[in-house]
Design a protein around this ligand. Structure first.
Ligand code: CA
Length: 278
């Protein structure tokens, strides 16, 4: 009996410790894991996936399911923390709040989906949030400044469209499709093509850029919309003293604006006609 009682008290102490651990690990309710993927990669490219995991308790597991055709390479964790079976890779975490792993994309183009779960120390499961989709493409076309952001309204009658093109093979041609009409773009820098649409009338325009490479692949950018809204020109805006006439100094102001590129020749002539008729 004496021994049993001692054993019981020892067990109680262990139980208390275990409960304390459980309490600290389950009191935090913000278990989460987030994945960061590149938007697009080239066929066969090896790229990095980043995972942030928080509040999983003493230890946790991130179980990632790679899309068909993708192969696991290595990770920032020690190899003892990683087990792999086919497309399932288990990363066992012991204190780490983030890690990365490298994956090789398949040789085929397409859009693929990653999925995964975070298992906390209580073995509760949480979906890995963040990025899930990745595009595998031979040609990647990205709009760069001064291209207007999608959906913007501009007050000038020209639009400069410039793209950065990344490709596995040499690029043959890059062309702008502006409201359905194609125009060949000019190379202006390494991997950079540009085209300026001018004399645009007010209205909404949609555009997209295509590129092909020497291997016959076709790449396409996102499509964008821009609204051109050039304010109507009022020659009387140069009547700055408001006397109903265009005076000599007011006509000169218009001429200076013309030479500064602020108004067109047609517009400055409208002002000059009002000056002569005063
Ligand atoms: Ca005046």
């Amino acid at each position: 009996m004496e021994i049993n009682r001692k054993w019981l008290s020892v067990s109680m102490v262990f139980l208390a410790i275990a409960m304390a651990i459980l309490a600290t690990t389950s009191s935090v309710a913000a278990q989460s894991a987030t994945r960061t993927l590149p938007d697009s990669v080239a066929p066969g490219e090896t790229f990095e996936v980043r995972i942030e995991a928080t509040d999983y308790g003493m230890a946790g597991q991130v179980i990632e399911t790679l899309p068909e055709g993708f192969s696991y390479v290595n990770s920032s964790l020690s190899p003892s923390q990683v087990t792999q079976e086919d497309q399932t890779v288990k990363f066992t975490l012991f204190g780490e709040t983030s890690f990365t792993y490298n994956v090789t994309a398949p040789s085929v183009e397409g859009t693929f989906t990653f999925s995964g779960i975070l298992k906390d120390f209580q073995k509760n499961e949480y979906k890995v949030e963040g990025d899930t989709e990745i595009a595998v493409k031979s040609i990647s076309i990205t709009f760069i400044p001064p291209t207007p952001e999608n959906g913007t309204e501009i007050t000038v009658d020209y639009v400069n469209v410039t793209v950065f093109v990344e490709a596995l093979n040499p690029i043959s041609t890059v062309w702008l499709n502006w409201n359905g009409v194609n125009r060949t773009m000019y190379i202006i820098d390494i991997n950079t093509w540009s085209y300026e649409m001018t004399n645009l009338t007010n209205g909404e325009y949609s555009y997209v850029v295509y590129a092909n490479d020497t291997a016959g692949n076709l790449g396409v950018s996102e499509s964008r919309v821009v609204t051109v809204n050039v304010p109507e020109f009022d020659p009387w805006s140069y009547d700055t003293n408001g006397d109903g006439k265009i005076d000599k100094d007011e006509a000169i102001a218009a001429v200076l604006d013309y030479f500064a590129g602020k108004i067109t020749k047609e517009q400055v002539i409208e002002v000059i006609l009002l000056y002569f008729s005063a």
